[in-house]
Design a protein around this ligand. Structure first.
Ligand SMILES: *Cc1c(COP(=O)(O)O)cnc(C)c1O
Length: 427
């Protein structure tokens, strides 16, 4: 029988060029990829095909929330795949029902729909909003500048960054962008056609920018007054990444009226399956039945295999109190990075984030980066790779850390050592 968790081959072959060549020949070149060919991982570490080890603080862009090759995820995959991989949504299955119940328990009374990705989860939010406003002719969704909501045509229209839409015009109608964390701008931008406002609790792709408590509470009030849906994209910042299940729960936890706050719908994906592709959106009562029979569907959505894995991920996170780990290890990383920014103000200009969603901003004119066209973020990440650490660029000047939620303190200390070595070398 084949081993389920692949162990590193005894003699690591240099497959680097051969694998890159297959990509150059046969994979559509839509991604800017780093010169790394990864072969396997364990916990917070991954190895490339040359046998080099990396601390993985990118976590597959906030996906691998329990690290790599987690034995409990593996076991669940095996167990569920022996019973049922997939059946159509023409039928009921227990894992989907149970997962919806768990998500509702973690947010508030409402219902869930399951998709395969974040972009698809957001598509569900757009359809919910349009259906909600359809009878009185409203359809327009306001989203934030510098937001990111996925690569489908509607996702691109929602995304508040011109560069993603370029070349794919005409843009899907019905979306307009407003400055983030600016309540006055939201009020002023409403039109008679506006039906919803969509924001990320913490903007991820554009550089780790959390919403303020005042903004969240203000948007809720505005949406209540104008009969608009308040939608939140929790694809990257959700799933305990900030130290609470959803980012708004963390952002508002110390405010007087924060406990009463709820968006009307939330999209999820990334960490939801811990690496298995699954997305979802939750809709609160009384809007949970707006998308009635026949209005929305997905062949693979809520497959028993995906839901069983997502249930296991939630169970492990809660059993092992990983939300607390996110807070303590996240705070350690943030404080150490802040300290570094004070020691090397010519390299790191600021540090932001919540829990294990951390970004540090690089100075725009670092001398060592002058000779390359590449953005400072990209150049810094390349140096981190050389030093044995994976991180993710965001925007042009920010480096993002989105490690597994079970990152150990010792691994965080090792990470800080690696980052410091790179910072001191380029300072
Ligand atoms: C990644 C991301 C998406 C898109 O998710 P996909 O699974 O890539 O479609 C949407 N919104 C946010 C905030 C994201 O970070």
């Amino acid at each position: 029988m084949k081993h389920i968790v692949p162990s590193p081959p005894a003699i690591v072959q240099n497959r680097f060029s051969a694998i890159q060549e297959m990509f150059h020949k046969h994979v559509i070149p839509s991604y800017g990829r780093f010169d790394l060919v990864l072969s396997h991982g364990l916990g917070s570490f991954v190895w490339d095909v040359n046998g080099k080890r990396y601390l993985d603080l990118g976590g597959g862009i906030a996906v691998c929330c329990l690290g790599h090759a987690n034995p409990e995820i593996t076991e669940t995959l095996i167990e569920q795949s022996r019973k049922l991989l997939h059946v159509s949504n023409l039928y009921y299955t227990e894992p989907q029902g149970r997962l919806a119940g768990e998500l509702v328990k973690l947010i508030a009374p409402g219902k869930c729909f399951f998709s395969n990705s974040g972009a698809e989860a957001n598509e569900g939010l757009f359809k919910l909003a349009r259906k909600f406003g359809n009878s009185d002719g409203r359809f327009e969704i306001l989203t934030a500048l510098n937001s990111f909501h996925g690569r489908t045509l509607a996702g691109l229209a929602a995304t508040g960054q011109e560069k993603f839409r370029k070349g794919f015009e005409p843009t899907t109608p019905g979306f307009r962008h407003i400055p983030f964390n600016d309540l006055g701008a939201a009020e002023k931008s409403l039109s008679p056609a506006t039906v919803a406002i969509l924001i990320e609790g913490v903007q991820g792709e554009s550089g780790i920018l959390p919403a303020t408590p005042e903004y969240l509470l203000g948007l809720r009030k505005l949406c209540d007054e104008k009969n608009l849906l308040l939608l939140m994209d929790g694809v990257q910042c959700g799933h305990f990444r900030t130290g609470r299940f959803q980012s708004f729960q963390r952002i508002l936890e110390n405010t007087a009226n924060g406990r009463a706050f709820l968006p009307d719908a939330i999209s999820m994906a990334k960490s939801l399956g811990g690496g298995f592709p699954i997305g979802a959106f939750w809709v609160r009562e009384p809007y949970a039945d707006v998308l009635g029979p026949g209005t929305h569907a997905s062949t693979f959505g809520g497959t028993p295999l995906g839901c069983a894995v997502a249930l296991k991920v939630l169970e492990v996170i809660q059993r092992d109190r990983l939300a607390e780990n996110v807070r303590t290890v996240g705070e350690f990383l943030k404080q150490e990075l802040l300290r570094m920014s004070r020691t090397y103000p010519g390299v790191i200009s600021s540090v932001r984030g919540l829990g294990l969603m951390i970004g540090f901003e690089l100075q725009p004119n670092i001398a060592s980066f002058k000779n390359s066209e590449k953005s400072p973020g990209l150049q810094f990440v390349n140096r981190l790779h050389e030093a044995g650490l994976l991180a993710i660029p965001a925007g042009t000047n920010v480096v993002r850390l989105l490690p597994p939620l079970n990152l150990q303190r010792s691994e965080a200390e090792e990470s800080i050592g690696v980052i410091k070595s790179v910072v001191s070398r380029i300072s």
